[in-house]
Every structure is written in structure tokens, then in C-alpha cells.
Design a protein around this ligand. Structure first.
Ligand SMILES: NC(=O)c1ccc[n+]([C@@H]2O[C@H](COP(=O)([O-])OP(=O)(O)OC[C@H]3O[C@@H](n4cnc5c(N)ncnc54)[C@H](O)[C@@H]3O)[C@@H](O)[C@H]2O)c1
Length: 404
């Protein structure tokens, strides 16, 4: 690191705070590049798994090998921040949730940074990777660290580098996808660049932490708005009896990329990030700046109502009482191939139909009967249902397929 030994690789010890889907692949990769990594996580079981070389996220490709090689050795997981006090780099990837009014709830982040503040030393580098509203790093994070450590920025370094992984492909994304770093001041940015370059091959320094924070958010907003557009066009095409996918195939070219329609947008990221900007602008009385993003968010969330209505219309065609028609929602994870239900719109669709008093069942290739039933849902094999709605393909099956 700058202002430290030129031979910093030999003395650099890195702490990764938060060993979840985003933090653990990064921690494993840093260890794989020959560094001693202390991973801090509040989940005791997870720490135990990691230290015995067991992968707590089996669906994450390439992570098994990293943990087998480094778990409990180069990568040591602990619940105690004090175990990381010999580190000189602290990378934070804990979650930032929103409350019921869509405002960010900073409690987990604050707790993590105040804990780091207690062990922070002169010349240490702290990097936040969690997606946050703009200016979180230069304002809140700086304040928490300064208050707890008694140090001033300049005595320590502070930067932001957004996590841009995709669940399931995190290890390869970290190796290939461009990674951004930006410091709250020039020295911090250069320090972060120098450290990350040891384990991230495709790295870019931007002018500030604020720019780096914004880059991550606007990627999510772009996706959300474009998915909303696709959903709207899909509804129009359906109303006009136009084959949407055929039209989309030929409409898309170098300057036009119409996204795929869906039941909405799920997961930790895309449905959350637009709110960081919407709420910030609303706070500043600049509602006019975020009209499109707000409309897109609402439109995507309302797709479950649209699909529920279409499913009910299909049920009516069956010669059974409405509440006796066996409806199967096929695929309830938030994205195909990823065993995760966070903010799943497919699950929201199933629950909405249940609330309407319909006879709803669920099938998902990634979830066992037990895993479905413990969530208060009924399991069925698609072949035994009257109507099957494939929530990823947006296709109806079941009685239609049997020529009903
Ligand atoms: N998963 C993704 O695909 C993805 C993609 C891009 C960015 N991100 C970013 O990464 C952040 C974390 O996401 P994730 O998917 O890794 O979440 P996750 O829920 O899988 O993992 C979070 C981890 O943090 C731990 N934790 C919570 N509070 C803590 C504390 N005070 N100290 C230490 N550890 C603590 C939890 O026990 C958990 O293991 C997200 O908020 C998002 O900003 C995630």
C-alpha cells in the first residue's frame, strides 16, 4: 500500500466482512492469490463450515475448490472483529436492506463499520462493496470510522468498489468482469487500486467513491426500466394479438435491445437500487427527476396482478368449480437456475392467487417437496395439475397441452 512498504504483498493481511453470496467468493479468490484473509461473519454455522473447507453456497460454481484449498487455512472465518485487528485492509460486503417505506436501513452497515473502527490503525485501508445510496461512503461510513477510531481521514484510507457479481457465477465474474474502485480522496483511490490489482485482473479507478457508488446503482436502474418497457410492450402485444417474441426477435439489433418480459423483478439488487435514487431525490424535493424510475418500479411489481388475472381467465375455461382447479406455478425462485427466493415475484404470484382463494400448488426443479411445504405452500408435480403456469417461460401448460 502507498506510504507503506514497497513490498506490501508480503505484509498485506485482508479482512472481508460479510461472507455471504458476494463476500465469500471474493474472500476465497483473495486467499487463492496468496494472501492471508480473515473473514468476519455473524453467522456461527457459516464460519464453522468455511473453516472446515465446506462450501455453504454449493450452487456457486468454483467456490467448492476455493474453500477446499483455503478454508481454515489462508481463509479463516470468525465471528470476532478482534481476530482481524492485525489486518491492514478491510473490505465490507454486508447487506443493506430497505424498510417497508423503501428507505435504506443502515443498521447492519453501521454495526460493521463501528466494529472496524474499534480496531482501525493508521494507514489501514477500508473499502465498502455493498450497494449503497450515493455519498454513503464519504459521509456516513467516514463518520462511523472516525468516531470509533479517533483517527481522521488521511490517517486511514477509504474507498468504494461495487460488487458486480451475478449469483451462481461470482468467481468467474470476479476474474473477468471489469471492477471499479473510487476513493473518497485521491490517496484512498490510489491505495485501493494498488491493493485490488493483486487479485482483480480487470480493474478501473474512477474519480471518486461517489461515482463508483452511482455506477452500480444506474446499472440496476437501466435493467429495471428496460424490463418494465418489455413488460409493457408484452401486454400491448397480447392485447393486440401480436406474437411478442417474434416481433422482439426482429426488432432487436445494434441500437435496440428489448429485454424479456417477466413476472416482475426479484432478488436483492435490481428491485432495491432504484429506490436509493428515488428516495434521495424525493428527500431533496426533486420528484420530477425520478418519474420514469418510479413508474418502472411500480409497473414491474404490478406484473404479478397481470399474470394472476390471466391465470384466473384460464381457470374459468375449465369445467370445474374455480376453487377446485389445480393451479401449478412452475418455478418460484427469483431467477431460473438460482436457488434463492429473495423478493421472488413468482412466489408473490403464487401467494396472490392463494389469497384470492384459488387452489394453488408449486413445483420448482431446485426445491424439494419439503422445502416447498415448509414455506406454507402445496407441492405438486406439474403433470398432476389442471393448469401449469411456467413462471420463467411465461407459458401455460396442463389442460391446454392435453387439448382442453
Ligand atoms: N448476491 C448478489 O448477487 C450481489 C450482487 C451484487 C452486489 N451484492 C451486494 O452484496 C451485498 C451482500 O449481499 P449477499 O448476497 O452477499 O448477502 P448474503 O445475505 O448472502 O450475505 C451477507 C452476509 O453478511 C453477514 N452479516 C450480516 N451482518 C453482519 C455484520 N454485522 N458483520 C459481519 N457479517 C454480517 C451475514 O451473516 C451473511 O453471511 C448486497 O447488499 C449487495 O449490495 C450482492
Amino acid at each position: 500500500m502507498r506510504k507503506r512498504s514497497r513490498n506490501h504483498e508480503s505484509i498485506m493481511k485482508i479482512a472481508v466482512i460479510g461472507l455471504g453470496r458476494a463476500g465469500l467468493p471474493l474472500a476465497g479468490l483473495i486467499a487463492d492469490n496468496g494472501f492471508k484473509v480473515i473473514g468476519v461473519d455473524v453467522d456461527e454455522r457459516r464460519c464453522g463450515d468455511i473453516n472446515s473447507g465446506k462450501n455453504p453456497i454449493p450452487e456457486e460454481r468454483g467456490l467448492d475448490k476455493l474453500l477446499e484449498d483455503h478454508g481454515g487455512k489462508n481463509l479463516f472465518a470468525t465471528m470476532n472483529y478482534e481476530d482481524a485487528e492485525e489486518c491492514n485492509v478491510y473490505i465490507v460486503i454486508v447487506p443493506l436492506f430497505t424498510d417497508k417505506n423503501k428507505n435504506p436501513d443502515f443498521r447492519i452497515l453501521e454495526d460493521a463499520f463501528r466494529s472496524i473502527g474499534k480496531i482501525l490503525k493508521k494507514c489501514d485501508l477500508v473499502v465498502l462493496e455493498t450497494s449503497v445510496p450515493p455519498m454513503t461512503t464519504e459521509l456516513s461510513v467516514r463518520e462511523w470510522l472516525e468516531e470509533e477510531s479517533g483517527l481522521k481521514l488521511g490517517e486511514f484510507y477509504l474507498a468504494y468498489s461495487p460488487e458486480r457479481i451475478m449469483t451462481g457465477y461470482s468467481v468467474s465474474r470476479l476474474k473477468e468482469f471489469p471492477k471499479i474502485v473510487g476513493g473518497v480522496d485521491k490517496e484512498s483511490g490510489l491505495n485501493a487500486l494498488e491493493v485490488y490489482r493483486n487479485f482483480v485482473p480487470n480493474l478501473h479507478l474512477v474519480s471518486s467513491a461517489r461515482v463508483a457508488e452511482f455506477i452500480k446503482l444506474i446499472e440496476g436502474c437501466y435493467r429495471d426500466v428496460n424490463i418494465a418497457l418489455a413488460n409493457e410492450l408484452f401486454k400491448i402485444a397480447n392485447e393486440l394479438e401480436i406474437e411478442f417474441y417474434e416481433a422482439r426477435e426482429y426488432a432487436n439489433h445494434e441500437y435496440c435491445h428489448i429485454h424479456l418480459p417477466s413476472t416482475g423483478v426479484g432478488g436483492h439488487c435490481i428491485p432495491v437500487y432504484p429506490w436509493f435514487l428515488i428516495k434521495e431525490m424525493e428527500k431533496r424535493g426533486k420528484i420530477g427527476c425520478v418519474r420514469l424510475m418510479r413508474a418502472a418500479r411500480e409497473l414491474n411489481d404490478e406484473m404479478v396482478d397481470y399474470w394472476a388475472e390471466r391465470i384466473v381467465m384460464d381457470c374459468v375455461k375449465i369445467d370445474k368449480r374455480l376453487n377446485e382447479v389445480k393451479i401449478c406455478i412452475k418455478g418460484i425462485t427469483f431467477r431460473e437456475g438460482v436457488k434463492e427466493l429473495y423478493n421472488s415475484r413468482n412466489l408473490a404470484l403464487a401467494r396472490l392467487l392463494m389469497k384470492k382463494g384459488l387452489n394453488v400448488y408449486v413445483y420448482d426443479e431446485l426445491l424439494s417437496k419439503d422445502e416447498i411445504e415448509t414455506r406454507g405452500l402445496k407441492w405438486i408435480e406439474a403433470k398432476d395439475a389442471d393448469i401449469v403456469f411456467d413462471a420463467f417461460e411465461l407459458k401455460f401448460g396442463g389442460w391446454n397441452e392435453r387439448g382442453g
